[in-house]
Design a protein around this ligand. Structure first.
Ligand code: NAP
Length: 326
């Protein structure tokens, strides 16, 4: 069976994304062939393409898609042909018309969630779920600082944290994004390229600082994140949009107020299938409740994957970006 699929043979810019006609073998063992309807575009795809996160080349690219089961391997027990599914895990290769995925990585898609929404929210929303409920537990009244609050993960996380009763301070790169962040549950917004973030956070929290910082921006925000924490607060560094965060000495954590730091990754919160499904269920429930609305800010055709990645890297996007498979 043939599929159009993006492959990379060398690390580099978006011109390394090559659209190929590949021949997909019949599913073996516990593999499932998923016919994609929509594909999620994530910043991690850019880290894979650039080589920040090492991968073996040549490789497919993309971790997230939604579609229909088209064929199953002889050992598959969890899914049947025709099932609606989504996923957000390796093997890389979601930027394609179809992909072979181990059944253990697939999530059954509720009827209420369409393929485009699933592609926009599975990876980003399960990330938000583990950050809110597993990395720490967000409680009513907590002060939270969230960088890139108008982005894909950012808009989901801010709505959800707000629904849990947290007071969310969002940072964004433009006035237009500030309006979106406010509409997504942020109580206050800081334009982090123009304002002193830590000083504004102290003002907004009566000098106390925040209990939790969610920082996916990395290099350019790391220092301000540490300076924004309350005593014994938690610094969650979970991304590198501006480059990797610098190394932090243990003594620095004491000097910033006996703060904690963690650097979590989705792979370690979805390795256990039951845990992944529990997070996915929480996500589907919060969408059904209306507390989290999924904003698909940009929709591209599959063949426009390079443009989608360039727009994401250049901060031209808001909410989630998806590729639609015709
Ligand atoms: N650890 C995990 O498990 C995990 C899982 C999923 C995602 N993530 C991370 O979460 C982050 C968000 O992912 P996403 O796919 O939803 O992307 P996104 O937040 O929609 O896009 C990244 C945003 O980061 C901000 N940014 C600040 N400095 C930047 C720079 N120098 N270059 C590019 N962007 C910059 C931009 O917003 P402004 O214009 O408002 O500054 C930009 O829109 C990424 O860092 C990703 O790696 C981590």
């Amino acid at each position: 069976m043939n599929s159009k699929a993006f492959r990379i043979t060398a690390h580099g810019g978006s011109d390394q994304l090559e659209l190929q006609n590949i021949s997909l073998p019949s599913p073996q063992g516990n593999e499932v062939r998923v016919r994609h309807h929509a594909v999620g575009v994530n910043f991690i795809d850019i880290y894979h393409r650039e080589g920040l996160y090492p991968i073996t080349l040549p490789s497919g690219i993309g971790l997230e898609a939604a579609g229909v089961v088209e064929a199953v391997g002889p050992e598959v027990t969890l899914f049947d042909v025709g099932d609606r599914v989504c996923y957000c895990k390796a093997p890389l290769g979601a930027y394609a018309e179809a992909h072979l995925v181990p059944e253990g990585s697939l999530i059954a898609l509720p009827d209420s969630i369409d393929f485009e929404t699933a592609a926009a929210v599975t990876l980003k929303g399960i990330t938000a779920a583990y950050l809110l409920f597993a990395t720490t537990q967000i409680k009513p009244g907590m002060d939270v600082l969230l960088h890139a609050a108008a982005g894909g993960v950012g808009q989901i996380l801010s709505q959800w944290a707000n629904a849990l009763g947290a007071r969310v301070i969002g940072t964004v790169g433009s006035e237009a994004k500030a309006q979106l962040a406010l509409a997504s549950g942020c109580r206050d917004v800081i334009l982090y390229q123009q304002e002193d973030v830590a000083a504004r956070v102290r003002e907004l929290t009566s000098g106390k600082g925040v209990e939790v910082v969610y920082d996916s921006v990395g290099q350019s925000t790391c220092a301000a994140s540490l300076d924004s924490l309350a005593r014994r607060g938690l610094f969650v560094s979970f991304g590198n949009a501006s480059g990797p965060a610098p190394e932090i000495a243990p003594l620095t954590l004491f000097q910033k107020g006996s703060v904690y730091m963690t650097r979590p990754g989705l792979v370690d919160y979805t390795a256990d299938r039951e845990e992944m499904l529990a997070l996915a269920n929480k996500l589907f429930e919060v969408i059904a409740s209306g507390d989290v609305k999924v904003n698909i800010g940009q929709t591209y055709a599959l063949i426009e994957a390079a443009k989608a990645q360039d727009d994401l890297a250049a901060r031209r996007t808001v909410g989630s970006s998806i590729l639609v498979v015709e």
